[in-house]
Write a protein that binds this ligand. Structure first.
Ligand SMILES: [Zn+2]
Length: 336
């Protein structure tokens, strides 16, 4: 058996997992073998998965100590030592410079420019490979190789898969030619800050009209709240707004209709740029069946090449995509 560790460090929660891979896959590890296995239903066995609060206000050293303790707990629970792991992959809440293997920007400032790989290796006594990557990229990697789009990658290893995370913010990434597209500084795929509307809603990044201000959960909630200001007793969540729309609440229906129009425009712009085989949707809003209904047809109104556009797919791995993708970060480059 081969063991991989995947860690997903978020601003509020951090998750540590240990994955077990069957020997026949891990001893002949290639993108083709992996994706063929996954597309016929194979999945890594998650033998340990636990979350702790990140508690970033306690400072970097304390935070790393807690993560290492949780990792040790997982290893000990299965009578493993750190060196039984093949590698450790870490998803980070911001872009990660692929050369320095460090996060270069993000709201969780305590991780910026920190050597997390070395800090963790030292604390665990681990001598193998540790690779950090952006958390949205981990989602895309997981869904492209092991999840929803693994059959497309198996059929054609050069496939282009776009992943979009619709959650508290809007993130994403691009898996193409068997690799994550990273760009110069590891910040490729920051689709949430692409302009959807000139002079639109202000964004915390300093620009106006960023797609995140229209497509994130909080954006949907704000749009609904604005329409019912005087009557409001409690502010419904984004998922509750979808439920209200299903119950024919007229304002919720109008808000969801407009949300889907914005989503179709946004996905069409990404298609213009990447011509992907598929777009896989993740994040809290991806659970709503409504966002997939007719979306490919709607996109035809905005696509330069409307015929045979990309498939728009709901993710397969759910909230385990983050740790699964992180676990595969270190070995992806060796799998060509
Ligand atoms: Zn922005």
């Amino acid at each position: 058996m081969t063991y991989l560790m995947g860690i997903d460090i978020g601003g509020t929660k951090t998750e540590v997992s240990i994955l077990k891979m069957p020997m026949d896959i891990s001893s002949h590890l290639s993108l083709k073998n992996l994706t063929q296995w996954a597309s016929s239903g194979g999945r890594p066995e998650i033998i340990f998965r636990e979350r702790v609060k990140t508690l970033r206000l306690k400072g970097f050293e304390q935070v790393m100590r807690r993560i290492a303790e949780l990792a040790m707990t997982g290893l000990q629970a299965h009578n493993l030592s750190a060196d039984d792991l093949m590698s450790i992959g870490i998803g980070m809440p911001g872009p990660v410079d692929p050369i320095r293997n460090q996060m270069i920007h993000g709201n969780s400032a305590i991780f910026v420019d920190k050597d997390i790989s070395n800090t963790l290796s030292t604390r665990l006594g681990f001598h193998g490979k540790v690779v950090c990557g952006n958390d949205a990229n981990c989602f895309v990697l997981a869904e492209s190789c092991i999840g929803k789009a693994s059959h497309l990658t198996a059929q054609n290893p050069k496939s282009c898969i776009i992943g979009i995370v619709l959650g508290t913010g809007v993130g994403g990434g691009c898996f193409v030619d068997g690799k994550m597209l990273l760009g110069k500084r590891g910040s490729a795929g920051e689709f949430g800050h692409m302009t959807l509307f000139q002079n639109g809603h202000p964004c915390y990044c300093g620009q106006l009209g960023c797609s995140e201000q229209y497509l994130s959960g909080p954006a949907l909630e704000a749009a609904f709240t604005r329409r019912i200001y005087a009557q409001i007793e409690s502010r419904p969540s984004a998922n509750q707004i979808f439920e209200l729309a299903e119950q024919f609440d007229p304002i919720a229906m109008a808000i969801v209709k407009r949300y889907k129009k914005h989503l179709a425009q946004f996905l069409s712009q990404l298609s213009q740029a990447f011509d992907p085989h598929a777009i896989v949707i993740g994040g809290g809003l991806s659970k709503q069946p409504e966002i997939y209904k007719g979306i490919e047809e709607m996109m035809k109104n905005y696509l330069y090449l409307p015929e045979d556009g990309p498939m728009v797919l709901q993710n397969d791995l759910g909230d385990s995509a983050g740790v699964v993708g992180a676990a595969f970060l270190p070995i992806l480059n060796d799998m060509m």
